[in-house]
Design a protein around this ligand. Structure first.
Ligand code: SF4
Ligand code: SF4
Length: 180
């Protein structure tokens, strides 16, 4: 995927549907956003993603840790007077970041677990042992949908992205180890 080209397409689409000046003078989304409330608007502001995209600066944001603070609650979109799809934009930026191998370790590991087991919270042998002691039936370690999920992961190239993320994380760890 050509990330730069996709970012340009997104910016063009956004610029056609919003009144940029009103958006930059607004800020309603920050009052609705739980992450802004928790961390402070100076640290996290939904509009920053819109502005950076419109100004051709979104590539830099793909590397920014705050990109992953979004909970996808869509409160920004619901409160926005212009119905700017901020949360959808952030999801798109997540996808683009992943295609470059950029994602927090914990999120990548969680996605990997889901693809491997078909469970959001995979059971373990020890959980089943405890269930047996309590007279409860065991839970299959792989869900019924896990085969379909594996097919989807291959068809959507999610596997390739996960591999890229892992390789990048290993390279970063090796670099950090070399520096110490
Ligand atoms: S609420 Fe909508 S218009 Fe207002 S700053 Fe946020 S994205 Fe822009
Ligand atoms: S979707 Fe993300 S940016 Fe929008 S309000 Fe929720 S946490 Fe904030």
């Amino acid at each position: 995927m050509n990330v730069e080209k996709r970012l340009q397409e997104i910016a063009e689409k956004l610029s056609k549907r919003i009144d940029t000046l009103s958006c930059f003078a607004c800020g309603t989304c920050v009052a609705a956003c739980p992450i802004s409330r928790e961390t402070g608007a100076e640290n996290y502001h939904p509009r920053r993603f819109v502005r950076a995209t419109l100004e051709g600066e979104a590539r830099r944001l793909l590397e920014a840790p705050e990109l992953w603070l979004c909970t996808s609650c869509h409160a920004c979109l619901e409160h926005c007077p212009q119905k700017v799809p901020v949360s959808e934009l952030i999801l798109e930026l997540h996808n683009l970041a992943c295609s470059l191998g950029i994602a927090p370790k914990a999120i990548a590991a969680e996605v990997e677990n889901i693809v491997a087991s078909g469970w959001a919270l995979a059971p373990s042998e020890s959980v089943n042992k405890r269930r047996e002691q309590l007279g409860l039936p065991s839970i299959p370690l792989k869900s019924r949908g896990s085969k379909d999920l594996a097919k989807i992961a291959r068809a959507t190239e999610l596997n390739k992205r996960l591999k890229k993320i892992k390789e990048r994380q290993e390279a970063e760890a090796a670099e950090a180890g070399g520096e110490t």
